[in-house]
Design a protein around this ligand. Structure first.
Ligand code: GLP
Length: 235
């Protein structure tokens, strides 16, 4: 894994956007795997302001709360519309459907749609403070394909800041599995701030454990991790 250390959040965002823009320049019909959370907000701003042509680019998002209406302002659909999709014209955008009644069928549909599109060229990832990627939570075993996951209390608490209260955070989510993430040709991870330093350290530890899902990324042949100085810790 390659690590790029940036001075601060803005530099991290700019560097991350540059890598995505480079990808699109090389392959105008790239399939991007996109992420939500506070970490990539600056990167999306850089993409919006780049003036780049996204018209042949398709995207698949990592995850979505379940159940949650797309129109809810805390849905990842809403986040993506607000941060990117309403501002740039893209060929297509897909996100797991938090309104699906048959979740097994929705998970199957999602994996098949990614496969049919030709697979993800570049997957963007943030890191949960507990090491989750997408919503793949630490556990004894991790799922390969897209699946419904019960959120851990620590994730509900970490994400409660966006909702009126912790009780309003959905208890489940639909997420791409570790298999889906690892199938991406390239992976780009962003991490910013002191509360990510420990997880960044574990990610580079040389040890792989399902209790730190992000540590599995060490097995992927093409991962770039962009951190700011705070997330880089004391190294
Ligand atoms: C959520 C998302 C993750 C994201 C994480 C980190 O739980 N499911 O994909 O990486 O939040 O969020 P933040 O960037 O706000 O720290």
């Amino acid at each position: 894994m390659k690590k790029i250390v940036c001075k601060n959040y803005d530099e991290m965002s700019k560097k991350g956007a540059e890598i995505i823009l480079e990808q699109i320049k090389e392959k105008s019909d790239s399939i991007l795997g996109l992420a939500t959370g506070s970490t990539p907000i600056g990167l999306y701003k850089c993409l919006r302001e780049s003036g780049a042509d996204f018209s042949k680019v398709s995207s698949f998002n990592l995850d979505e709360y379940y159940p949650l209406k797309k129109s809810n302002d805390q849905s990842y659909q809403y986040f993506m519309n607000d941060n990117l999709f309403n501002h740039v014209t893209m060929k297509s955008n897909d996100i797991p459907n938090g309104e699906a009644t048959d979740t097994a069928a929705e998970c199957k549909r999602y994996d098949e749609a990614i496969e049919a599109a030709g697979g993800i060229d570049l997957q963007l990832l943030g890191l949960g403070p507990n090491g989750h990627v997408g919503f793949n939570e630490p556990d004894d075993a991790l799922s390969v394909g897209t699946h419904v996951v019960e959120l851990t209390q620590s994730t509900i608490d970490a994400n409660a800041r966006f909702f009126a209260s912790a009780d309003d955070v959905p208890k489940k989510a639909i997420t791409l599995g570790l298999g889906g993430i690892m199938k991406a040709k390239k992976i780009l991870v962003l991490a910013s701030g002191k509360n990510k330093a420990e997880i960044v350290r574990k990610m580079f530890s040389g040890e792989v454990t399902t209790q730190v899902p992000a540590s599995l990324l060490q097995l992927h042949p093409d991962v770039t991790v962009i951190v700011d100085e705070e997330a880089n810790g004391d190294k």
